[in-house]
Write a protein of this length. Structure first.
Length: 459
């Protein structure tokens, strides 16, 4: 079978010492085989010095990389070539002081945050476990710690045999401090001003309008101990950015948010817990006319992908200590279940399911706005004084839109035995008369009915 370069296979026509870079990448990723004497297209060209390579390469690989390799001679059609097999190393392997990994058929050098994350993972550490020297315990906000304790007691998840009034004892039990030194997690969650240590540990919220989603109407920046941030974000969204629909069941008034509230809070918690705080941008929430988007820096941890988020999956924690604090406080129930909880909440409330996608070097979660049936059913008498050419057909179109907000022009024409041209004309008249409006694109958008009675009541 013809060999082809891949995550685990590299082909070389001849041996050069720089191929040690590829072997180190195999050892740092998931192992692999390097063949010497095979062209890039998989055809065998062979080599003449197999005996010398079989003698020299094992020692060279061990001396330079510090790993053992299985070096063997292969033969096909009277052509000799070398196979060098390397298994995944339990510790990081460097080549001339640099670290490499395998990404598909490419050997890639690690640097910056990627290198830091690789070294931490290789040593079974997460980013938030690292201690920060020369930080005073006076920087810890006692009110935030007390808030955690109350929640943890309520959830019956406070560590056993801990003095809840002794912050240092509590932090030692939660591994938020080591030998008296505070960890990054402790400073993010409980310090009075996390941005003193991590400048971008804030959330930016913006309200955008216009067809291109670029017109900023208003914005806010939330800066606080991260343990308080989910509540602060939800409070601000509810007070300033989101709307509720009000209905009555007898004398009881029922409030329903235009987005699934539990799912939204879960998305916020996920963003805070799984964020890459060594990155270079903020956690952002953008609210549009028809949707809202949460974007957070931090790629999914291998082997997770977008498809994994929509089914049962194990949690891969970028910030283990932070996740533990939110779990003990009862704000998350089970690691790896957050996205499933979001989808379940959306289903129960008859909302559109949240959408997940990778964007830049982070994860984008999109919620589509719910258009309530009560908002769709308007008094058809509103159109009798409007400039509409055919009142009867306009009333029938309104009824269809009220029942099926996403109905297409073609479907309206079929159900009312009208031409698509006439349907488009009447829809345009209704839009111009401000009886209806269109949200979103032609393919995925929907119609909403604007209640003129409401506007008159406000006057």
């Amino acid at each position: 079978m013809t060999l082809k370069e891949s995550q685990h296979i590299e082909l070389k026509e001849s041996w050069r010492d720089e191929s040690l870079k590829t072997l180190s990448a195999f050892a740092n990723t998931s192992g692999g085989r390097l063949y010497v004497g095979i062209r890039d297209d998989g055809s065998i060209c062979g080599i003449n010095n197999t005996t010398k390579l079989l003698e020299d390469l094992p020692n060279k690989i061990t001396n330079i990389l510090g790993i053992r390799a299985n070096v063997r001679e292969r033969k096909k059609n009277n052509l000799k070539y070398i196979e060098i097999g390397v298994t995944k190393s339990p510790y990081p392997i460097s080549y001339h002081g640099s670290f490499y990994v395998r990404s598909g058929s490419v050997t890639r050098e690690l640097n910056g945050n990627a290198l830091q994350h690789f070294l931490l993972t290789a040593n079974n550490l997460t980013w938030d476990e690292i201690t920060v020297p020369n930080i005073s315990w006076n920087d810890i906000d006692e009110n935030t710690v007390r808030l955690f304790v109350r929640k943890a007691i309520r959830a019956n998840r406070l560590p056993l045999d801990v003095d809840e009034n002794n912050i240092q004892d509590l932090f030692e039990k939660l591994e938020l401090s080591q030998n008296g030194l505070l960890t990054r997690a402790a400073l993010l969650l409980f310090s009075k001003r996390p941005t003193r240590y991590f400048l971008l540990a804030v959330c930016k919220i913006g309200r955008f309008g216009g067809n291109n989603h670029f017109d900023l109407i208003t914005d806010d920046v939330i800066e606080c101990p991260l343990f308080q941030m989910p509540d602060r974000i939800m409070e601000l969204l509810m007070a300033k950015y989101l709307q509720k629909n009000f209905t009555y069941s007898g004398l009881q008034r029922i409030e329903t948010l235009e987005y699934p509230e539990i799912a939204l809070r879960e998305a916020i918690l996920n963003a805070i817990i799984h964020r890459d705080y060594g990155g270079n941008t903020f956690f952002t929430i953008k609210v549009f006319d028809d949707s809202m988007e949460l974007w957070n820096q931090g790629e999914l941890m291998s082997p997770l992908d977008i498809k994994s988020l929509k089914k049962q999956h194990l949690s891969r924690l970028r910030n283990k200590l932070m996740a533990n604090v939110f779990y003990r406080s009862g704000q998350i129930e089970a690691w790896g279940q957050g996205t499933l909880k979001m989808m379940e909440d959306a289903r129960i409330g008859e909302y559109s399911l949240p959408e997940f996608e990778t964007f830049e070097d982070g994860i984008l979660v999109k919620f589509n706005k719910k258009i309530f049936r009560e908002q769709q059913i308007a008094d058809v008498s509103d159109i009798k004084h409007a400039d509409v050419s055919d009142i009867k057909y306009a009333e029938n179109i309104l009824k269809l839109i009220g029942e099926k907000p996403k109905i297409t022009v073609k479907k309206i024409a079929e159900e009312l035995s009208m031409s698509e041209r006439n349907v488009k004309r009447i829809l345009t008249e209704l839009v111009n008369a401000k009886i209806i409006d269109r949200i979103g694109s032609k393919k995925t958008g929907l119609w909403i009915i604007i209640s003129n009675n409401t506007e008159n009541d406000n006057k």
